[in-house]
Design a protein around this ligand. Structure first.
Ligand code: C2E
Ligand code: MG
Ligand code: MG
Length: 597
């Protein structure tokens, strides 16, 4: 019997009804019950461990009464109707809490789950002794069944996430609306936790399948619920997002500090298994004034800002919302840019072999002419796209367009190589090697004519999959280089272990080389050490002839920069190439560069 009572309580608590705000959908039924009996009091009363708690009520002030000697408790225990015509004359209930508060008549219909657990009662109460007709009791029974199906429907359909078993976004929005039934004007904080960036989730899915994401989501759901305790609710509001309300009347800064501390623990736990970086957004709102959808939207905006912060926690601010909106807008329109023709194009910047002074290769760089915003800088849109699910289609777009152009140029007799920038999503993608191989075949470009550039930052967070991918690319014959080399914190001995062919020294070092002695020696040692390790060295940002001479003396293999050419439109490239290779003095070449620049 005790075991059954424990189970019954568990069932009740799992429904997550206890201590939730009043809800119009239940109040409607309670009002009908009171009207049906023409009585002042009715309630949906749930039997908790030591109390009868009212999910809905008319004519009662308090939210609960003690369970002991409460008729509703007996209705729940026996899962049967109970009518007490006169509590004052009833041997058991005459000294009950209800009788003491002036109640004389009681009728209750049980709220029974489909598994047979009695949760409580739908009851009507009167202050005068009374009888109940069979018709009245049948109607009360029906209303109780409606309450019960509402409870079960709410629980089962569309409100509970099947993976985490937590209430979902619909429930979160509804509970926020219901908060306004109790405390309009109160200031509260909504917290949104995202357990990993979109590109990280995509990588995890492509390596381990959707089951792996579900496992993490399930584990995190349990963890969040354990941390905040059974009395408070965690909602599963997006594929990898959880929301909760901070306790009422909490001090904002202190609360943010607590979140930062907790996140640190979570982060080390999550990252031991996968590269996932959780972030938390906190959105202040005023109960009854801020719409539920706005609460969720602003919390989501704060999460996006949090992703760019070192501590990964951010409080919503309108200013950052504006820049987030722009990024969001860019991302939304980038999706259409990928499928509409005319918005995106690849431009090509020559890479020059410094010893022979020949153009040996071109780097494909993406350009975007937005239909309303005009040209958008890659420095603005690439980081946004790189963190989204569009990173892969973007690389495929550039690869396809770059290879097609290079195939044309090669067909007209120019032995040219091309390099294309790739993102961390690509190297985490198990299908990437296959995609590249198929494209090379289709466009008839030899693998040796393609180089893929991956930034130093990306290889630093490398996983086993990234290394497998780079190895796979190289076994196709594709070359791999480290872009923006020197800006990350990787050591050369670390890079030595990676399957790469070349490093591209970042332009920030090259730019100051002439004036800054330290940068000069740094570039010289980077060139020397890279050669010792067997890497080819490319210098980015070669802007002056002095840069070129210095680099050539250092033995740097290739140079790329405005000295030779700015990124060129595909249609201008053959002309530039002819002129560059025409026997001419260097100074004439420079004039030409100014012309095309
Ligand atoms: P990156 O791959 O390091 O490309 C070199 C950037 O330096 C290009 O900027 C180029 O225009 C610029 N540059 C070249 N020579 C000089 C010079 O002499 N002086 C100066 N000051 N700048 C020079 P861009 O085209 O604006 O691209 C910026 C970054 O955006 C690229 O840096 C790359 O990380 C990213 N990006 C561009 N296109 C793509 C793409 O198709 N895919 C990906 N994933 N990233 C791309
Ligand atoms: Mg590059
Ligand atoms: Mg670079």
């Amino acid at each position: 019997m005790i075991a059954r009572e424990d189970e019954r309580l568990q069932v009740l608590r799992n429904l997550r009804l206890l201590d939730t705000a009043p809800s119009e959908s239940f109040d409607r039924i309670t009002r009908m019950a009171a009207k049906l009996f023409d009585l002042p009091i009715a309630a949906v009363s749930l039997t908790d461990g030591h109390r009868q708690w009212f999910k809905s009520k008319v004519g009662v002030e308090h939210n609960s009464i003690p369970r002991i000697k409460a008729p509703c408790a007996r209705v729940a225990e026996e899962a049967d109707m109970l009518v007490i015509p006169d509590l004052g004359a009833d041997a058991h209930y005459a000294d009950s809490h209800l009788a003491a508060s002036g109640i004389r008549f009681y009728a209750g219909a049980p709220l029974v789950t489909s598994d047979g657990f009695g949760l409580g009662a739908l009851c009507v109460l009167g202050t005068e002794p009374r009888h109940a007709s069979p018709d009245e009791l049948a109607a009360l029974h029906d209303l109780a069944a409606i309450v019960m199906s509402q409870i079960e429907l709410q629980h089962a359909y569309g409100r509970i996430d099947p993976v985490s078993q937590l209430p979902n976004r619909t429930q979160f929005l509804e509970d926020l609306d219901d908060l306004a039934l109790g405390s309009v004007g109160a200031k509260r904080l909504a917290v949104l936790v995202d357990i990993g960036r979109m590109d990280q989730v995509a990588s995890l899915t492509s390596i381990h399948g959707t089951g792996a994401v579900d496992d993490i989501v399930e584990a995190m759901a349990r963890r969040f619920q354990d941390e905040i305790g059974p009395e408070r609710t965690v909602y599963h509001v997006g594929p990898t997002q959880f929301a909760l309300l901070a306790p009422a009347e909490i001090e904002v800064q202190a609360y943010l500090d607590t979140l930062r501390m907790r996140l640190k623990g979570t982060r080390s736990e999550v990252t031991t298994h996968f590269v996932m970086t959780p972030a938390i957004g906190v959105a202040p709102f005023v109960v009854g004034r801020t719409t539920a959808k706005d609460v969720l939207r602003t919390a989501y905006s704060a999460v996006q800002v949090a992703y760019g912060r070192a501590d990964s926690v951010s409080l919503y601010s309108e200013a950052s919302d504006v820049s987030h909106s722009r990024r969001h807008g860019l991302l939304a329109s980038f999706g259409s840019a990928l499928v509409r023709s005319g918005e995106l194009r690849a431009v090509f910047q020559p890479r020059i072999d410094l010893a022979s002074r020949h153009c040996v290769s071109v780097e494909a760089l993406l350009r975007w002419a937005h239909p309303t915003l005009g040209p958008v800088s890659p420095a603005e849109f690439i980081p946004v796209v790189e963190q989204s699910g569009l990173a892969r289609p973007m690389t495929e777009w550039v690869l396809g367009n770059a290879l097609r152009k290079v195939a044309d140029w090669r067909a007209s007799g120019t032995d040219l190589h091309v390099s294309v920038n790739v993102t961390s999503s690509n190297v985490e993608d198990v299908a990437f090697v296959e995609t590249v191989s198929a494209m090379l075949d289709r466009l008839r470009v030899p693998a040796a004519a393609l180089e893929l550039e991956i930034t130093e930052g990306t290889v630093m967070g490398n996983t086993a999959q990234a290394v497998t991918c780079l190895t796979g690319l190289r076994s196709l014959g594709v070359r791999v280089s480290i872009d923006d080399f020197g800006t990350g914190y990787s050591s050369l001995s670390y890079l030595r272990r990676l399957p790469i062919d070349a490093v591209k020294i970042d332009q920030s070092f090259v730019r100051n080389m002439v004036t800054d002695e330290k940068d000069h020696s740094l570039v010289r040692s980077l060139v020397g050490l890279s050669h010792d390790l067997g890497f080819r060295v490319v210098a980015e940002g070669v802007e002056t002839d002095t840069d070129r001479v210095l680099l050539e003396r250092m033995g740097c293999d290739e140079g790329q920069g405005y000295l030779f050419a700015r990124p060129l439109e595909a249609s201008d490239f053959p002309l530039w190439l002819d002129a560059f290779h025409a026997p001419a003095r260097v100074s004439q070449r420079r004039e030409l560069v100014e012309l095309t620049g």
